[in-house]
Design a protein around this ligand. Structure first.
Ligand SMILES: Nc1ncnc2c1ncn2[C@@H]1O[C@H](COP(=O)(O)OP(=O)(O)OP(=O)(O)O)[C@@H](O)[C@H]1O
Ligand SMILES: [Mg+2]
Length: 252
């Protein structure tokens, strides 16, 4: 049975928020029964990092004290400047170190060498830009990194290893064939960019969206490829508290 703490808030129902000033939570199951590998997309300024920050804090709160979190911040976004001194914060070209550590944990768990089952998470802001930059330097290395990402996506759920990735457009160049479908939680924020929708949203849902317009911090959540919601990402009420949760999670 799913416990209450397995339900992670993604945002609030967009139509209820604007239509009736009502806050109806849109949640996703983050237990190992369900795929909660997460992809957050949207153009620059659409609210990806803002959402990632609160999503990360909620995951840490629900993962409990034994969750081990790694944060890769390729762009060194101002949003995450407060994390820079944390031991498991990996800036710019160090992002791959975080991936390597998480990948090793996955493999040790898969082989049975590591029998622990605490949640392990890699939060990776600006994944696509990171891969494109690597491809420009060393294509083989970039391919190896994408393979590791794909493996985590395929094997991570039952081993309690989770990826939360953000990028502007999830082009095929950084998402090998089919890998976009391995994200159980897909969130697209900001202005509806058709090319992004076409990459991520099944055709039957595209027709439903029609000409809906979204602003920063609003958009679409697609869960398990089968359930679509329009969401409003809330304003962070207590930024200090959220930041403390994230700092603790990258430090303990
Ligand atoms: N849900 C929201 N409520 C209120 N303000 C928001 C929300 N989402 C984003 N913002 C504000 O909008 C601005 C842009 O957000 P953010 O930096 O998260 O965008 P981004 O998609 O990460 O952009 P980039 O691709 O350039 O990094 C920020 O000033 C942020 O505070
Ligand atoms: Mg950002």
């Amino acid at each position: 049975m799913m416990t209450c703490s397995d339900n992670l808030l993604i945002g609030y129902d967009y139509d209820a928020w604007y239509g009736y000033a009502d806050k109806i939570p849109i949640t996703t199951d983050i237990s190992t029964k369900t795929n909660s590998q997460t992809l957050i997309c949207g153009m620059s300024g659409s609210g990806k990092s803002y959402l990632m920050n609160q999503y990360f804090a909620r995951l840490c709160m629900q993962g409990g004290k034994d969750a081990k979190v790694y944060f890769a911040d390729f762009k060194q976004d101002d949003t995450f400047a407060y994390l820079r001194k944390c031991p498991r914060y990996y800036a710019y070209d160090k992002s791959i170190e975080a991936l390597d550590i998480v990948y090793e944990i996955l493999h040790n768990r898969q082989s049975g060498e590591d029998t622990s089952h605490n949640p392990v998470m890699l939060i990776w802001d600006e994944y696509m830009a990171n891969i494109l930059a690597l491809q420009g330097i060393d294509k083989k290395k970039a391919d190896g990194i994408m393979r590791k990402v794909s493996e985590i996506l395929m094997l991570g759920r039952s081993l309690a290893v989770r990826l939360v990735i953000s990028c502007q457009r999830p082009d095929a160049a950084a998402f090998p064939t089919g890998s976009r479908l391995n994200y159980g939680v897909i969130i697209i924020v900001g202005a509806p960019i058709r090319s992004i929708y076409e990459m991520l949203i099944p055709k039957e849902y595209m027709d439903k969206i029609g000409n809906r317009q979204f602003k920063t911090g609003e958009g679409i959540a697609l869960l398990q490829g089968a359930e679509m919601h329009y969401i409003k990402v809330p304003v962070i009420r207590n930024e200090t508290k959220m930041q403390k949760i994230c700092i603790d999670a990258l430090t303990r």
